[in-house]
Design a protein around this ligand. Sequence first.
Ligand SMILES: [Zn+2]
Ligand SMILES: [Zn+2]
Length: 301
Amino acid sequence: MEDDEMSEHMWSDAFDLHSHSTNSDGEHPVERVAELMATEGVKHWSLTDHDTIAGWEEAALAAQQFGLKFIPGVEITCEPSLPVSEVEMDRWGRDRAPTSWHLLAYFPSSLVNDEQRQAFAQWLAPLGESRGPRMAKMVELAQHHGMDIDLQAVLDRADGSVGRPHLADELIAQGYAENRQDAFDQWLGDGRPLAIVRSKPSIREAAKAVHECGGIVSLAHPIYYGVPINQLTASCQEDGVDAIECFHRSHPDSYRHELMISARTLGLGLTAGSDFHGLSYEQTPGHMPVPLVDMPSSLTQ
Ligand SMILES: [Zn+2]
Ligand SMILES: [Zn+2]
């Protein structure tokens, strides 16, 4: 990108740095995600499946095919850094905070070589693999609750890493839930009877591991965590987080604005992502304007 394009007032909606495929809990295969990104006008795309980089190779090829610049990414499941504030939850009309924080990690070619990506894959592998055993425990719990659920049937529903949406679909197929929303509300959502917590790195540990492999990190969808904005940005800065996903589809403009000012004060970068999971969730990729001056420069090259 040319320097004169990076003026203070320039915003761009050509970046979508947060999306999911069937390698985690997304609805579409990698190639289809790339195609939808291109259709919606995205130029710089990151695939950020949960705790797996299984889609990277396919995504790089698909990006080429659809004229996108691909940034290898992943969404790492971490322990929360700070407790939930009920006041902050009320302020943004949110009723339940998740039991984990999500850290987006990016490994752009301008920063990272293949050897470093390999090193990161090794660090990540045990976190991703824990999804398999965790699903076995969740299916066991379902059986304790008198449900006739077969682990293999759930695993067969996943292309790559298995997750709660696959169990949700099996619950629906067996008549234990009406639809995915119902399955999560009744059984699978954080704090519900079949949700199992797994071991997670702290934000600081994950950020350190990514940095050691040459990448950078951005805290995903911070509004979910119910933490006052100034506390959140201060904690990110302390933990070595490079940027915050200020522009996420779940953030109202007032939240984006307040967070942008707070992050700028501390010298933190800002990123944008639709967190696209699939068309049947009534989501659209792209259309997430971000001020270019706030983007980490390695992501705009
Ligand atoms: Zn997330
Ligand atoms: Zn996500």
